[in-house]
Every structure is written in C-alpha cells, then in structure tokens.
Design a protein around this ligand. Structure first.
Ligand SMILES: CC(C)(COP(=O)(O)OP(=O)(O)OC[C@H]1O[C@@H](n2cnc3c(N)ncnc32)[C@H](O)[C@@H]1OP(=O)(O)O)[C@@H](O)C(=O)NCCC(=O)NCCSC(=O)C[C@@](O)(CC(=O)O)C(=O)O
Ligand SMILES: [Mg+2]
Length: 295
C-alpha cells in the first residue's frame, strides 16, 4: 500500500525535550527543522541532535517517516545539514524556498555524492520541495517533475505571503497557490501538502482549513503542534456512511465482473472505474485510520 502522509509535524531541531518524546504523538511524518525554527547560534547543536535522533530505531519501529527541513543550500548551513542527515539515514530531505527545478537538481547531485561516500544506496534518500515564493508557485510543475526522488511538494504560506505583499486571511489570498501546487503534484504523481495553521488553540479554524485542503485534494498538511494531529487524522478518515457505500460499490463491481457486465449500477446510479477506484481507496483509508468520529 502507498505510504499515507496526512500529518507532517514540524519539530524545532534544537529542542531536545520535544525530540525525546515526538514519536508518542504518532504523526505520519516527523519533520525535524534545522531552518527557521532554529536560531543562528543553535544551528550546529541542532544538527547534531537531529542526526542522533534519526538513528533511533523507534521511528522505523513505529512506522513514522523521518523528514528533515535543511537550510537552503545557498546558506552557510545547508550543505552541512545535508551531509549530517543523509549520513544519519533520514527518509526525506525537505528543501525550503524551492524556486525552480534547478534547486532540486543541485540538491539531488549533492545527495547522490553523499550517499556514494557513506555507502547508502543511491536513490534511497527521498526529497520534497517547499514552495515559498511567487517564483516557486509559478514554477511548481517543473519543480514537481524535477526528480524521481521527490515524494511531495508543500506550500509554505508564511514566506509566500510576504513575497506576495499580503497576509493570512480567509484563504482567498492562497487560492491560486494552493491550486497551482496541487495541480503540479498531480501532474508529477507525488503528494501535496497544505500550509501550516499557526493558531494552535483555534481548533475550529484549523478544522475549517483542514476540510478545505481535503476537499481540494491535498494529501495532508504541515503541522506545528501535536494537538493538531488527531484532529487532522479524524477529519481525513472516511465517515461510516462513506465506508459502507464504498463496500457496496466494490461488491457491485465484483458481481458485475462475474456476470460479464460492461456497465453496472448501484441503486440506479452508474458505477464506473473512477468510482470503483475511489471506493477501494476509501476502504484502504478506513483500514488505516479507522472511521471518522463526530466531534
Ligand atoms: C507553536 C508552539 C510554540 C506552541 O507551544 P505550546 O507550548 O503552547 O504547545 P503545547 O500544546 O502546550 O505543548 C504540549 C506538549 O507538546 C509538546 N510540543 C509542542 N509542539 C511540539 C512539536 N512541534 N513537536 C513535538 N512536541 C511538541 C510540548 O513540548 C509539550 O510537551 P510536554 O511539556 O511534554 O507536555 C509549539 O507547538 C512549537 O514550537 N511548534 C513548532 C513550531 C515550528 O516548528 N515552527 C517552524 C515551522 S513553520 C515555518 O517555518 C513557516 C513555513 O516555513 C512553513 C512551511 O515551510 O511549511 C512557512 O513559510 O509557511
Ligand atoms: Mg518558510
């Protein structure tokens, strides 16, 4: 089954206390941050802490994917970050401020070099791109298609909105960027991640945004607080009615196939290949995440 990535939890890399407990919250992916959540004077210690954390077996044992957001390769820290985390066996490197396909090509060349020098299988380190500028959004398709190592593309609203000379509001300000990033991901057949929701005490506002992201088609969201994980997972879980309907669709499709029917219907409604595929995905998701609880 394809890896499910609904929640990607940012964790400030210099925070040893958070590092020591992060796995208990069971996000789909933990994203150790070496970029903006780490002050300049803590960059080196954070890199060491994160490299140590990556080598703990607990993440693999609990099925949590490890992601590290490195500093941009144009900074004095980026290449040091990359050396440390690839050697430590990170699953995915997230590149902030990705503006064009060349940024990913450059990252990939460095990753290949490091993998060869430390004996990691070439290609085993996956990548993801964070798009945080108007240029990155405009180039989203080229970025998403730039490497077979890419597992996803994320929209980063804070930096993007500064570049756009506006601020967070009702979502209108992110409409074009969300659609562009999402289409790029679907063209490249990789995952798409929606923006961070900054007010960790506003469950209602968070869920409104989660529901929008889900409806648009995002695989999940970047998160900043463990309290957002369960809310997100529950919102992405199928309802009981959706699950029951999906089972009926699959049963009807199987019966139709056995009877040699070209076209099948369920309660008078035509069931075609996309509806069957959607039903199979719903059943798989329900097995993985359970049925949605009403809150
Ligand atoms: C927001 C807040 C300060 C709230 O603190 P609070 O203290 O009120 O939280 P509480 O809920 O009370 O904590 C209860 C318990 O959970 C523990 N706990 C909390 N957060 C945890 C966590 N993240 N991981 C593990 N553990 C955690 C905590 O230690 C405590 O543990 P314990 O004491 O044992 O009970 C805190 O969450 C936090 O620092 N978040 C991470 C912030 C961050 O990473 N920002 C950078 C990424 S965005 C960016 O850069 C913009 C971007 O680039 C984005 C893009 O690229 O997409 C763009 O441009 O848009
Ligand atoms: Mg940013």
């Amino acid at each position: 089954m394809k890896r499910i990535r609904r929640s990607m939890l940012f964790l400030p890399g210099a925070n040893a206390a958070m590092l020591s407990t992060s796995f208990v919250y069971k996000p789909d992916s933990i994203m150790f941050d070496l970029e903006d959540a780490v002050s300049i004077k803590e960059k080196d210690s954070a890199r060491l802490l994160v490299a140590q954390a990556l080598q703990l077996p607990i993440y693999r044992e609990s099925g949590i994917e490890t992601v590290v957001r490195i500093n941009a390769l144009t900074t004095p820290f980026g290449l040091h970050d990359l050396e440390a985390v690839v050697r430590a066996g990170v699953d995915v490197v997230r590149l902030p401020m990705t503006n064009c396909a060349h940024d990913i090509h450059q990252l990939e060349d460095e990753v290949t070099r490091i993998e060869k020098s430390c004996g990691r299988e070439v290609g085993s380190t996956k990548l993801m791109a964070a798009v945080e500028s108007a240029l990155g959004v405009v180039n989203a398709v080229a970025i998403a298609q730039s490497s077979p190592r890419l597992i996803g593309i994320a929209l980063a609203a804070f930096d993007y909105l500064v570049d756009m000379q506006t601020e967070r509001g009702d979502g209108t300000e992110l409409f074009y960027a969300r659609c562009a990033v999402l289409h790029a991901a679907r063209v490249a057949k990789i995952d798409a991640f929606d923006v961070v929701y900054a007010n960790v005490n506003d469950d209602e506002g968070f869920l409104k945004e989660v529901n929008l992201a889900k409806k648009l088609g995002f695989n999940g969201k970047s998160l900043i607080n463990p309290r957002q994980i369960e809310l997100l997972h529950n919102a992405y879980a199928p309802t009981l009615a959706e699950f029951e309907y999906a089972k009926k669709v699959v049963e009807a499709a199987e019966e139709g196939e056995q009877a040699g029917l070209g076209v099948i219907s369920l309660n008078g409604k035509m069931i075609d290949a996309p509806i069957i595929a959607r039903a199979v995905t719903t059943i798989e998701l329900a097995k993985y995440s359970g049925i949605r609880r009403e809150i």
